[in-house]
Each structure stands twice: as structure tokens, then as C-alpha cells.
Design a protein around this ligand. Structure first.
Ligand code: ZN
Length: 355
């Protein structure tokens, strides 16, 4: 259930038309290459059970990837595949670590080095800059960077960007996000010697305005914390990542489950990932790009507050009617189905945060 606390969003006009254009390709191959992007936070810090993973569990997960022939790509290589519209080889994984806690250096890095796996650390800039306790120092970051570790941007203040300041219009809201990102990115560029061009949004919170701010600042890719896998149909400004943390989500069972998940390409989600004003949307819908790849009776639509419902197709568009008023600050909407060929669970999530 904790999954559903994280949310993501997919926006998409560009991704959408790309999806439509490539429809024939999916259809012919009957399969869609998928990668899983993992997010870790803390390692061996038992006093923070909700964001931690035990070091021995982390070690077992790396061993699992190795023993089962997963390819661990750098985030840069994976983004390049997406940018170029290339397919992704199945059994591909990318490893990301958020915030930049000390245990990234002391516990995670030694293990990752053993396997030679590339990984990206998204830095919470203010915490590093102001030397909050248990965060990496610039010296440690430099040592890792010189050894080839990739550092990218997680915003300056780690604010919930989904919460626009009171009373602002859309332009002022975007400016507020922009100011935070610009400040953090500048500090990172000074210390790292390069300008980070990947952004992991704090708490994975996105909407069209946050994405627009990121686009204007020329980030090449934006990462959420939505569950789900990455395919060539993924919106590059809302790339899902799977959090591996806490008691339930750091188990090997959860780990193998998320590695088996497939992306479910959809377009024209409703409501879209804009700041949500109408709290009683008349329906929840998405158009399924290639519905024939999935077992028809397996389709479902999920809304955090409302649970799963089976939905109704009109052509390729799957909808549930709604007469509930949404109470929560944020809801995740998901479409899921089972692939005919592989039996794998395919899903796509997006995020709705109320204005
Ligand atoms: Zn964070």
C-alpha cells in the first residue's frame, strides 16, 4: 500500500505521438523491452526503517542481478536509449540512490564496486551544502566522482513541489519551482565540474507545471517515484522508479516482483497530471496503445482512494465512471493488465495532486 503513497505522473503529448507511431512495432514483436530503475536511500541505518535497506539484503539483491544475468546500465545509457527511441533489452536495470546519505559511501559503494555496477546518486543539495548530519561531504562526493560515480540533481530544498505556495498563479508557481532547481543545480555544477542534467523530483512529485519548469531549465530527463517499468513509450519527463526500502519493499520477494513488471503503454490519461482542481472527475480513463497484447479480462484501473475497478472499454479507451469526491492531497491512478504472451503484469501509473 505504501507504494501508492508515492506518485507519479505522465505527461505526454510528445511521448504519445511517438507511441502511436511505433504501434506497429510493438504489434509485430508482441513484446516491449523493459528496464527497471531502482531507488535506494539508506543502507544499514536501522533507526530509519521506512527509508532503509539492511546491508545484507542489498548485497543479496546485487548478487541476484548478477546471478540472473541482468544488465545494469548507467542511467545515462538508459536515457540515451529513450532519447533515441530505441528499444530496451529485457532484464535491464539501472540503480539510483536518492538524497546522498553517508551510508551511500560507507555501505553501498563498496558492494557496488565489487560488481562493477554503475549507479547514480541524486543529491539533496541543501543537506550536503549545509553539512546536515549523515549526509555525504563534498570530499566524499569528489572521491566517488573521480572513481566514476554519477551525481545528479534532487533539487535544492527537497520541497514538496506538488504544494504550490498559497494564492499563486501558474506562472508564479512555475517560477517558485524554477528558483529552487536553479539554485541547487548551480551549486552542484560548481562542486561537480559539470552541470547535472537529470532531475529526480523530491518525493517523486510531479505535475505539468513542475515538468514545464524542468523542461525550461533543460533537464534531459525527470524521474519520479511511480512504480512501474521503463519502455520506449515512457515519458522522459516522468520516468518511473521503484523504491526499494522499508520492511515490505526491501524483501527479495518484492524485488523479484518489480523486476518482472512491464510497462503498459497508454496515452491521453484523464484526469491528466495537471494540478487537480475538479475533485470529482467524471471518470478516470486512458487509451491503451496495444490492447490486443493483454488479456482482456485482466484490465483494471486503480485510484488510491477508490481501489481497483475493472473499467469499461470503448474502442481502445478504458474508463471507470466516478461519482466520488477525492479527499486526499494526492492520488495515484494506475492502469494494469496481464500480458497474453508472458503472463507478466503490465502497468502504468500517474499522479494527481490537488491544487
Ligand atoms: Zn529525496
Amino acid at each position: 500500500m505504501r507504494l501508492f503513497l508515492f506518485i507519479c505522473i505522465c505527461l505526454f503529448s510528445v511521448a504519445l505521438s511517438a507511441a502511436q507511431d511505433s504501434f506497429d512495432q510493438i504489434d509485430q514483436s508482441g513484446a516491449l523491452g523493459n528496464a527497471t530503475i531502482l531507488i535506494y536511500h539508506k543502507f544499514g541505518e536501522d533507526q530509519y526503517p521506512t527509508t532503509n535497506i539492511a546491508v545484507d539484503k542489498f548485497a543479496s539483491q546485487l548478487k541476484y542481478l548478477h546471478d540472473n544475468d541482468f544488465t545494469v546500465l548507467s542511467l545515462k545509457s538508459l536515457v540515451e536509449l529513450l532519447e533515441n527511441g530505441h528499444g530496451i533489452p529485457d532484464k535491464t536495470v539501472a540503480i539510483t540512490i536518492d538524497d546522498g546519505y553517508t551510508s551511500t559511501f560507507t555501505a553501498a559503494w563498496p558492494l557496488l564496486k565489487q560488481y562493477g555496477y554503475p549507479f547514480t546518486v541524486f543529491l539533496y543539495v541543501e543537506a550536503v551544502e549545509r553539512q546536515y548530519r549523515n549526509f555525504l561531504t563534498w570530499e566524499q562526493i569528489r572521491e566517488m566522482r573521480l572513481a566514476g560515480v554519477d551525481f545528479q540533481d534532487h533539487g535544492y530544498s527537497h520541497s514538496r513541489f506538488g504544494d504550490a505556495p498559497q494564492g499563486v498563479n501558474d506562472a508564479e508557481y512555475e517560477n517558485w519551482v524554477t528558483a529552487d532547481l536553479r539554485k541547487g543545480n548551480k551549486i552542484l555544477a560548481e562542486h561537480l565540474g559539470y552541470k547535472p542534467h537529470f532531475l529526480a523530483l523530491p518525493y517523486g512529485e510531479y505535475n505539468t507545471i513542475i515538468q514545464q519548469a524542468a523542461r525550461q531549465l533543460n533537464y534531459r530527463a525527470v524521474f519520479s517515484q511511480d512504480p512501474g517499468s521503463v519502455s520506449r513509450y515512457t515519458d522522459i519527463y516522468a520516468i518511473p522508479r521503484e523504491p526499494i526500502l522499508g520492511i515490505d519493499w526491501s524483501t527479495m520477494e518484492h524485488f523479484t516482483t518489480i523486476l518482472a513488471r512491464k510497462d503498459l503503454p497508454v496515452t491521453d490519461m484523464f484526469p491528466p497530471a495537471k494540478p487537480l482542481i475538479n475533485l470529482k472527475p467524471e471518470n478516470f480513463c486512458a487509451t491503451i496503445v496495444a490492447p490486443e497484447l493483454y488479456k482482456k479480462e485482466s484490465f483494471g484501473i486503480y485510484v488510491s482512494e477508490l481501489g481497483w475497478q475493472s473499467g469499461k472499454f470503448i474502442g481502445n479507451r478504458l474508463c471507470i465512471k466516478n461519482d466520488a469526491t477525492l479527499e486526499r492531497r494526492s492520488n495515484r491512478v494506475a492502469i494494469s493488465a496481464q500480458e497474453k504472451k508472458s503472463g507478466a503484469a503490465a502497468m502504468r501509473y500517474w499522479l494527481l495532486i490537488r491544487k
